[in-house]
Design a protein around this ligand. Sequence first.
Ligand code: UT7
Length: 319
Amino acid sequence: MKILGTGSALPKKVVTNDDLAQVMDTSDEWIKSRTGIEKRHIAVEETTTSMAVEAAKKAIEAAKISVLDIDLIICATVSSDYIFPTLACEVQAAVGAKRATAFDIGAGCSGFLFALATADAYFRTGRFHKALIMGAETLSKMMDWGDRSTCVLFGDGAGAAVVSAEENQLLSMVQGSDGESGMALKCDNRPVNNLYRQLGAQTYSYTEMNGSEVYKFAVRTVPTAISEALEQAKVPADDVKLYLLHQANRRIIEAVAKRLGQSLDKFPMNLQECGNISAASVPILLDKVCKDGMLQAGDKVVLAGFGAGLTWGACVLEW
Ligand code: UT7
């Protein structure tokens, strides 16, 4: 497969750490020193669908293809606007990709890697040829704004890529899941409403995270997954031009760089501007490095995601 074009969209409203410190017991110093995050975009007028559609249109334009060539749309999200129809079907309608089969996948912050792996597997059947894959999230609507240890970390946005079955840019893919540790990062679905099952008053919570558990999982799992992906691709870590990691925490990225023996300069970040946007963080960062002209033909790039599930994914691309 080959990435033909990328696009992204962020909400207009920017909320700084100082803005948050005015409405909860936190500080710019705490958030910046623990995470590297300085601000995040929060959807006020935008929705998950509107941002996904904006990112998709930009990616299709960058790919220079007809929208009718798209035969597959996969949206990775944990915060779609409807339980059904899926976000992917909403995007299909908005961009006019009438020939596409469209569905969502939920893999938390690994979502874009899982979408890429799924598109690749579909391509290998020979029945699909051009896919629009995306990560799109409005996490702000799922935060417990009374829980300062979690709500300050996340932001909203969408990133998209058009990928084609032609050529072989994807040199390797590693994915994994650890459901036994899944409750370290969770968000309840809506309360049960069933005439035949009376549960009385139900407790109902928004995003909850055991930060230190997820942190330990990330610094243990991500370097191993990346090393496996590099080994499969027969690419030495030193030969990689850029490592594009899920943007959860600067300290996690620093730990991964150290474990791989690589300079932090090879790990571009946008978490300082955007916070953690779950499935959207990797494609938004990919779009940024493409727009900034940081990738040339032949460059080796690693993408890696990790998060809710718990799940992880890493791949090596040759640009
Ligand atoms: O995308 C999914 C992946 N998610 C992640 O990768 C998140 C991974 N985890 C982390 O990034 C870190 O664990 C956090 C940034 C969430 C937390 O950092 P930490 O160094 O593990 O801090 P902590 O949770 O141990 O909290 C230390 C202190 C506590 O106070 P006491 O008990 O020591 O008095 C917290 O109450 O910091 C306090 N605290 C805060 N203080 C000011 C927690 N949140 C805040 C806050 N502002 N926002």
